[in-house]
Ligand binder design. Structure first.
Ligand SMILES: *[C@@H]1O[C@H](CO)[C@@H](O)[C@H](O)[C@H]1NC(C)=O
Ligand SMILES: *[C@@H]1O[C@H](CO)[C@@H](O)[C@H](O)[C@H]1NC(C)=O
Ligand SMILES: *[C@@H]1O[C@H](CO)[C@@H](O)[C@H](O)[C@H]1NC(C)=O
Ligand SMILES: *[C@@H]1O[C@H](CO)[C@@H](O)[C@H](O)[C@H]1NC(C)=O
Ligand SMILES: *[C@@H]1O[C@H](CO)[C@@H](O)[C@H](O)[C@H]1NC(C)=O
Ligand SMILES: *[C@@H]1O[C@H](CO)[C@@H](O)[C@H](O)[C@H]1NC(C)=O
Ligand SMILES: *[C@@H]1O[C@H](CO)[C@@H](O)[C@H](O)[C@H]1NC(C)=O
Ligand SMILES: *[C@@H]1O[C@H](CO)[C@@H](O)[C@H](O)[C@H]1NC(C)=O
Ligand SMILES: *[C@@H]1O[C@H](CO)[C@@H](O)[C@H](O)[C@H]1NC(C)=O
Ligand SMILES: [Cu+2]
Length: 588
């Protein structure tokens, strides 16, 4: 990998000096252009928790470097695909209103993937009010199991006071490679990925199997000082795992943020985090007296205990909370689990969190349309596929990204709103859910029992908008009943919430639990709504939503976007070509 791929003089084929097209500036990002952040993505062998695995890494580590951006300004993030074979995109998880039209990082939805040995300049603009906890991750195949990192949006004055903070990034560690997992899940015979072998904290951990050598690996540590208040930013960057977690002897955790939005303080003893979810909690360090008392009883450090839920077996892993002058043993798990975490997960926080400031929750009378997304499963020649309203969606489905097709005037890929409305929300031929700007949707994700009578949980994530979460329940969604439950509550805006399983088994195809959201449709574009479990995504559990009609979506004007319309097009740089990019927010 060369540090400076641009050592030779380059003559672009088409010289595109800043020009204004439809009000947007087109810029040639040559050496005079300095991105705010550079990320280099490569695939290599890496040992984590004493397991060697060929993994896609951002800047050589997993998680990749933590990014800290400020709200209210524009950033250019240059992402290099230094891999030889694999495609890449980078998604800014939760920054739904902050990505310029081609910058959301969803392959075959908002952009062509970044071809091997190419790079792409993402333009982000976190708005005032977006301050919070996010993460970035690849959106291709199974890459996000390792290719992810914390993305923190900072504000001048946080809404809560604290003395310090720690980021707690959770990820899974699979023994099989991405390639083996992808092939197994998508070809005949179907082969499951296997279960996670560890839940890592900031990429660290020790083997969960006690007979495995843990030479050279250790648990993550978090240093806290007595009586100081810390903001702990939890990031659910797991591929599969839905975890419950809590701290030994520190059971007053105050939730202050969920998925990038502040909440009123809400005290809990433990957290549940599904793939894609984030929470900030305040934790106060013990007093000097309490620490001394504990030390007299032989306790000089405290474990963060993490347990997976709703899988065939529960896996337990740890990190360590340290105090100055206390113990610092990061190589051995406790002889027995220091805390007991509830083994049920149903309905956690539902109807309970409140927004810190009024958030314009749409009442039932404002709802213009209800769309039910019914999830079913089929098995065909051993291959297991998830369907939404009868169809799967994966990045392999559309021949080109929808946004590209729309700019290319390819009418066959533009959804018919009328067809969709007539058939329950989805236009079958494009497999998209269109909505008009100004609509207030109620989206119900309705689960059904899988083939063989089993059930799974699904963390559902929305790109493009934060929805108002209006709860979940068993069986089939009942509007009147839920409206009763919503009385006196103030739903918060989230981007990932859980579809629980209310039983371990049932009758194939029977309704088996729902999750409901309300959504003000304001952000024109092409957006994915999908289960955040990477395996399920590969098995078809994704949907595409098109917000706005043609003119709303095509915000940039056709001539200016040419470089975005082909795989490896002029908006994508490589070692002999600088990219030409539309500046959506940046007007310099
Ligand atoms: C990632 O690595 C590149 C070069 O290796 C470096 O220039 C860049 O600053 C790094 N990015 C971050 C966020 O640390
Ligand atoms: C990674 O490790 C595997 C198994 O040990 C080995 O076959 C492979 O060549 C290694 N790949 C690289 C890029 O080092
Ligand atoms: C990369 O993406 C292009 C465009 O979608 C596709 O044709 C190609 O097969 C992909 N390559 C791999 C290795 O998946
Ligand atoms: C829990 O912590 C919060 C914030 O530090 C504090 O306001 C509250 O009084 C504590 N609750 C208990 C029961 O100690
Ligand atoms: C704990 O030990 C590790 C490794 O020995 C060291 O890097 C770290 O600074 C220590 N931390 C504290 C708080 O003592
Ligand atoms: C939940 O945990 C308790 C012990 O803590 C155990 O007795 C019970 O069987 C568990 N329930 C399930 C459904 O696993
Ligand atoms: C338009 O999209 C369809 C897929 O829906 C594709 O088969 C066709 O080749 C595209 N046409 C053009 C001109 O790109
Ligand atoms: C959910 O409904 C199913 C089917 O009626 C029932 O078997 C199951 O016990 C219910 N689960 C809960 C937690 O109530
Ligand atoms: C860079 O992209 C241009 C245009 O697609 C292509 O002609 C050239 O071969 C590419 N260079 C490399 C090193 O891939
Ligand atoms: Cu799922």
């Amino acid at each position: 990998m060369t540090q400076n791929p641009f050592s030779t003089v380059i003559t672009p084929l088409i010289l595109l000096i800043p020009s204004i097209v439809s009000g947007y500036q087109l810029h040639y990002h040559d050496e005079s252009f300095t991105p705010d952040v550079v990320l280099r993505v490569a695939a290599t062998n890496i040992s984590r928790a004493c397991l060697d695995r060929y993994s896609v890494l951002v800047n050589g580590t997993s998680p990749g470097p933590e990014l800290r951006l400020r709200e209210g300004r524009t950033y250019w993030i240059r992402v290099y695909n230094d891999m030889d074979v694999q495609n890449l995109t980078m998604h800014w998880h939760g920054l739904s209103m902050a990505a310029s039209p081609f910058s959301d990082g969803s392959p075959q939805a908002s952009q062509w993937p970044i071809a091997p040995q190419h790079f792409f300049d993402y333009e982000l603009h976190p708005d005032i009010g977006d301050a919070g906890t996010y993460f970035y991750h690849s959106h291709i195949g199974f890459q996000a199991v390792s290719a992810s990192g914390a993305l923190i949006i900072e504000e001048p004055e946080p809404a809560y006071e604290y003395d310090g903070e720690h980021t707690i990034h959770l990820s899974d560690l699979f023994e099989k490679t991405d390639d083996e997992i992808e092939k197994g899940l998508t070809s005949t015979p179907f082969v499951w990925s296997g279960e996670t072998s560890n839940v890592l904290v900031n990429g660290q951990g020790i083997p969960v199997e006690p007979d495995t050598s843990s030479d050279g690996c250790s648990m993550a540590t978090f240093l806290v000082e007595p009586e100081k208040v810390y903001r702990l930013r939890f990031i659910g960057a797991t591929a599969l795992s839905f975890v419950s977690l809590g701290f030994q002897s520190h059971n007053n955790l105050t939730i202050i943020e969920a998925d990038g939005h502040y909440t009123k303080p809400f005290e809990v003893e433990y957290l549940q985090i599904g793939s894609g979810q984030r929470f900030s909690v305040l934790l106060r360090g013990k007093s000097q007296e309490e620490l001394e008392q504990d030390r007299a009883n032989g306790i000089d450090q405290y474990f963060l205990q993490i347990e997976t839920r709703d899988r065939p077996t529960s896996l337990r892993s740890y990190a360590v909370l340290l105090y100055p002058g206390g113990g610092n043993d990061t190589s051995a798990m406790p002889a027995s689990p220091p805390i007991t975490l509830p083994n049920t997960t149903l309905g956690w926080l539902d109807y309970q969190l409140r927004p810190l400031t009024p958030n314009n929750f749409p009442t039932l009378s404002e709802v213009t349309r209800r769309v039910t997304v019914t999830i079913t499963q089929i098995i065909d020649n051993t291959v297991v596929t998830w369907l939404q309203n009868g169809f799967p969606w994966t990045e392999k489905f559309p021949p080109m990204p929808y946004l590209v097709a729309l700019y290319d005037d390819n009418i066959s890929m533009f959804p018919s709103y009328d067809v969709a409305v007539a058939y329950g929300g989805m236009d079958d031929s494009t497999r998209t859910f269109p909505a008009k700007l100004g609509e207030v949707l109620e989206i119900v994700i309705q689960n059904t029992v899988e083939v063989g009578g089993i059930l799974n949980v699904h963390p559902f994530h929305a790109h493009g908008a934060h929805f108002y979460d209006i709860g979940s329940g068993n069986g089939t969604y009942d509007l009147q009943e839920n409206e009763e439950r919503l009385k006196g509550t103030e739903p918060v805006r989230r981007d990932t919430t859980m579809l629980y399983r209310y039983a371990r088994s049932g009758i194939d195809g029977a309704p088996a639990g729902w999750r409901a959201w309300r959504l003000r449709v304001t952000n024109a574009g092409v957006w994915l709504v999908h289960c955040h479990i990477l395996q399920h995504m590969l098995m078809g559990m994704q949907t595409v939503w098109v917000f706005g009609d043609r003119d709303d979506v095509l915000r940039l004007g056709t001539p200016s976007v040419q470089g975005y319309l082909s795989y490896g097009g002029a908006a994508y740089g490589n070692s002999s070509r600088w990219p030409t990019c539309v500046h959506y927010w940046d007007d310099d």
